[in-house]
Design a protein around this ligand. Structure first.
Ligand SMILES: [Fe+2]
Length: 305
């Protein structure tokens, strides 16, 4: 079995039909920092993120997920993942090499078993964290990503066997939470859906006050809150979900459970009840449709950059 070496999701890349509207959304509405932009690519960072970017937008004919990029600690581990994946019959899109993206790095891309483009990367030139005033509202960094799959058990097995991500908890038969090599409850999660698509991308605030300021700012502006504000049972994190200009769901979150000793951890199967999905009882009724989304048109089709 592959040892866990993935520490976190570095960034998510989306191909979007209306790039200017999405750039405006993630910069002015959502509060990310527009970092660099060239040849149809726009990168965004966040103040407490040491990764140079946590989101990449690309002008595309249709809205799609371009890729999910995972961080590992060394080039040796990148090479080891590439060799293991290749020998397991996983389709590599590119061989390990230096990246020309902002921050550089050494990595490669491949398809998961359902055709999502994934990237494993090390040696990215990290940036320094930016100062923010107290009681700010800007999201501080990327928290986690949730993907949809028609077979969450098979997907969890694939991510466990090939990427070393381990099950931290389950939500009935609807969602499986996977952890990487960190003390965070989940790095990704896989949700049950009729098709492959993006469920949501979560951005972390610096505590509950700033999370509520971020959420309240959007609610006050009239943007419909898809679900929230509230606090989940599994992972114990707070949530407020909104749709971006392409219909992808983004989440403000904070206080995701920290697990200091995974050896002592017993994965649980959490029940689906209103009281546990929304501990505070503050969230609106959840409409599942935005989370299910449309079938992802980026499946089995690696992005051109
Ligand atoms: Fe989430």
């Amino acid at each position: 079995m592959t040892p866990v070496a993935i520490t976190h999701v570095r960034y998510v890349a989306l191909g979007v039909r209306n790039l200017p509207a999405q750039v405006e959304f993630y910069k002015d509405v959502w509060g990310l920092s527009a970092r660099e932009s060239d040849s149809g690519l726009q990168y965004f960072g966040a103040p407490a993120s040491l990764d140079p970017h946590i989101l990449r937008l690309r002008a595309s004919e249709f809205d799609r997920v371009d890729l999910i990029s995972f961080a590992v600690p060394s080039a040796k581990i990148v090479d080891s993942f590439a060799a293991t994946l290749r020998s397991s019959g996983v389709r590599l899109i590119s061989e390990p090499a230096g990246s020309t993206a902002p921050g550089g790095g050494y990595g490669f891309r491949f398809f998961d078993h359902e055709g999502r483009t994934l990237e494993i990367m090390s040696d990215v030139e990290l940036v320094s964290a930016a100062e923010l005033p107290e009681r700010d509202w800007h999201p501080a960094k990327l928290s986690h990503v949730v993907i949809n799959s028609p077979d969450i058990e098979a997907a969890a097995r694939w991510y466990g066997e090939h990427l070393g991500l381990q099950v931290s908890d389950r939500l009935a038969d609807r969602m499986i939470f996977l952890r990487g090599d960190s003390n965070i409850h989940h790095t990704i999660a896989i949700a049950a859906a009729p098709h492959v698509s993006l469920n949501h991308v979560a951005y972390e605030s610096r505590g509950i006050d700033e999370y509520l300021r971020a959420s309240g700012r959007l609610i006050r502006s009239g943007l419909p809150c898809v679900w929230g504000p509230g606090r989940h049972g599994p992972g114990d994190n707070t949530f407020a979900y909104f749709s971006d200009q392409s219909g992808f769901v983004a989440e403000y979150t904070t206080a995701l459970q920290v697990v200091d000793d995974w050896n002592a951890w017993q994965p649980r199967v959490h029940p689906v009840t209103p009281e546990w999905s929304d501990q505070w009882g503050t969230a609106n009724i959840r409409d599942p449709e935005p989370f299910v989304g449309r079938p992802d048109l980026g499946v089995h089709d690696a992005p051109p950059v």
